[in-house]
Design a protein around this ligand. Sequence first.
Ligand code: ASP
Length: 343
Amino acid sequence: MKKHLLTSLLAVAVFGSTATMADDHSNDIAIAIHGGAGTITKANLTEQQEQAYRDKLNEALQAGYDLLDRGASSTDAVIAAIQVMEASPLFNSGIGAVYTWDGEHELDASLMEGQNGNAGAVAGVKTVKSPIELAREVMEQSVHVMLSGEGAAQFAQQQGLEMVDNSYFNTDRRYQQLLRAKQQIKQSEQPEQQAWEYLDLDYKYGTVGAVAVDKDGLLSAGTSTGGMTAKRYGRIGDSPIIGAGTWADNESCAVSATGHGEYFIRYHVAADICSRVKYKGLSVAEAGDEVIHGVLEQAGGTGGVIIIDAEGNVAMPFNTEGMYRGYIKGDGSREISIYNDKN
Ligand code: ASP
């Protein structure tokens, strides 16, 4: 068990809940997750595939929620949920990450806490088993917010994180996607970068993320991804960019995004949603709709987000055909959905 988790569980065991009667938020604990957005339709998934996704989303949600329920922090819950998905070949993070143009995996992840603006991020890591765990180490054990490439790997090793060969992330399904994507780009009459823009959404998305509120009303958000299929030149998307793919602020909300990263960076989507909650007084649902169906859509960007606030309100807007998503709340409500119509 990781030392952070152990510490928070011990604290709960010894001191009981740290919340006083006045700020007892134990009924407001909640967690939401996503496993990527894209052209996800009933026609594109067999019944078996659909069930596999639902089961894994359920497992990830439950892993995070059980921790919240036992009094652990929202950060512990977010990491636990993300690690279930990083370990599953179904999603574009950890095992099952997409391939770069050169046939490797370059992973990005980030984490933010809403209480104090603490954040950690990593980009282009190739040999760290759990990129989200490394993002936490950067946040807690370094004086920096973002580390990349070789340096990030060196730091991971120093921190004693588990290292793996890059082939650990290999899956045949993603490799076939790479071959198809490269063929499509090479056959295109457009210049390479433009052709890449028009690749099928499924070649690009599948990032995972989680947002949570704990018994003390503290928010946390995290995101982990392999980026986009056939990416080149050290391309980095929105997922490790604080404010674009991940954001948390206790006075407004916590957000994790999935979609066409270039747009999420340019429109600093995650932070913009929370700013609308904070300064316009919008609900998380209203703010999410304004940005995902307004700003992002008008700009031509595709994708979605999960959003949570300190009261445990959850919104999960997206402008693609589907997004793997779900939540569990302290009041007993839960949802796992894939398609557009809440199914
Ligand atoms: N947002 C990710 C990126 O651009 C891709 C995804 O969400 O699947 O790297």
